[in-house]
Write a protein that binds this ligand. Structure first.
Ligand code: SF4
Length: 315
C-alpha cells in the first residue's frame, strides 16, 4: 500500500477514535449528571475486573475528573479471587503506569465456590455474593463514598428483559442504588454507553484484558440468548436498544397493571378534560403496519453534538 493511502486510512481511523472518545465521555458525563452520581469531595471506588467494561469505566472517569469542576477522588480496586491462571501482575502494572491509586484485595473465593457448588452447577450466584460482601467491606475500609461498577446500556436492557421473561417482573438494573446491606451508594456511570462502543474503545486503548473464563464457569445461557436477540433487533431496527433503555426512564404507572403503584380500584372520572389523557383506544392511532404512533425518543445525550463533551456538574 502506498504511503498516501496509508496515511489517509490512519487519519480516518484517528478521526473515528476521536469521535468515539467524545461520545463516550459525553454519555458518561451525562449519566453522572442526570443521576447525580458523584458530588463534590466524593471518593469513588472503581471496581476493576480486568474486563473491557471496567477498564473503560476507569479510563473515562480519569479524563472526566481532570475536566470536571466537581472535585472527587478515584481509587481502583481489584479482587483477586485466586482463579487458576489469574495474571496477578497485569492490573498493578497497568494502574501504576496510569498513576492511579489502587488496592488489590486477595481473597480465595474460588476455592470456597468450588468446594460448595457441585460440579456442573452454576457458580456465579455464590461467587457474586461473596465478591459483593468483600467489596462492600473494602469500600468501608478505604472510606469510599461511591462504588462504581462497569455495567453498560446493554447490560441494563438485558436485565430488564430477563426479569420480564424469567422473573415476571418489570425490573431493571438501576444507574444508582443503595447496596443491599444499606451501607453504600453504587453507581453505574456507563448506563448510557453501548457495549459495542466499549469493545471498540478497548481495542483503541489497548487495555490489557484479563480473560473472564478463568473460573471455568459458563456465561448464563439465557443472558447469552437475550444479548444475541437485542443485537439482532439493533441490526434490523437501529435505535431499538436506546428506545428500550429510554422506556425505563419513562414509566407510566396508570398504563401498567401494578395496583400498588396506581389506585386502579378506586379510580373515578375526574370530570376535567386532559389533552394528554388517555383516549381509551390508543391502538386506533397506529397504522396497520404498527409503525405510526411509535415514539422514538433518545436520551438527551444522544442529541448533543459530537463536539461538545460536557463535564458533569452536580446541579
Ligand atoms: S463467571 Fe466465574 S468469576 Fe464470574 S461470577 Fe461466575 S463464577 Fe464468579
Amino acid at each position: 500500500m502506498n504511503e498516501a493511502v496509508l496515511s489517509a486510512a490512519e487519519r480516518k481511523q484517528a478521526h473515528e477514535a476521536n469521535k468515539l472518545s467524545k461520545r463516550l465521555h459525553r454519555q458518561v458525563g451525562q449519566a453522572i449528571s442526570d443521576f447525580q452520581m458523584i458530588g463534590e469531595g466524593e471518593k469513588v471506588m472503581v471496581c476493576l475486573s480486568g474486563g473491557k467494561d471496567s477498564y473503560a469505566l476507569l479510563d473515562i472517569l480519569l479524563l472526566l475528573r481532570q475536566r470536571s469542576p466537581v472535585k472527587f477522588d478515584l481509587i481502583a480496586v481489584n479482587l483477586d479471587q485466586k482463579q487458576p491462571g489469574f495474571p496477578a501482575d497485569v492490573l498493578p502494572a497497568y494502574l501504576s503506569s496510569r498513576q492511579v491509586p489502587f488496592h488489590i484485595e486477595t481473597q480465595d473465593t474460588y476455592s470456597i465456590v468450588k468446594r460448595l457448588i457441585p460440579e456442573g452447577k452454576t457458580m456465579c450466584s455464590l461467587c457474586s455474593r461473596l465478591r459483593r460482601g468483600i467489596l462492600y467491606r473494602v469500600a468501608r475500609e478505604l472510606g469510599a463514598t461511591r462504588i462504581a461498577l462497569g455495567h453498560h446500556r446493554d447490560d441494563m436492557v438485558i436485565t430488564l428483559l430477563m426479569n420480564m421473561f424469567f422473573g415476571a417482573r418489570l425490573k431493571g438494573m438501576p444507574p444508582k442504588l443503595v447496596s443491599d446491606d444499606g451501607q453504600h451508594v453504587v453507581i453505574r456511570p456507563l448506563a448510557y454507553v453501548a457495549e459495542a462502543d466499549l469493545e471498540r474503545w478497548a481495542t483503541i486503548r489497548e487495555f490489557p484484558i484479563i480473560p473472564c473464563t478463568l473460573c471455568g464457569s459458563q456465561d448464563n445461557l439465557q443472558r447469552v440468548q437475550i444479548r444475541q436477540m437485542i443485537r439482532q433487533w439493533e441490526r434490523d431496527h437501529p435505535g431499538r436498544i436506546d428506545n428500550l433503555l429510554n422506556a425505563m426512564g419513562h414509566v407510566v404507572p396508570s398504563h401498567l397493571m401494578d395496583r400498588d403503584l396506581f389506585p386502579f380500584k378506586t379510580l373515578t372520572p375526574t370530570g376535567v378534560a386532559d389533552p394528554n389523557g388517555d383516549r381509551a383506544f390508543d391502538e386506533d392511532e397506529q397504522a396497520c403496519d404498527g409503525t405510526s404512533g411509535v415514539r422514538s425518543v433518545r436520551f438527551s445525550t444522544m442529541r448533543l453534538s459530537e463536539e461538545s463533551p460536557i463535564p458533569f456538574s452536580t446541579n
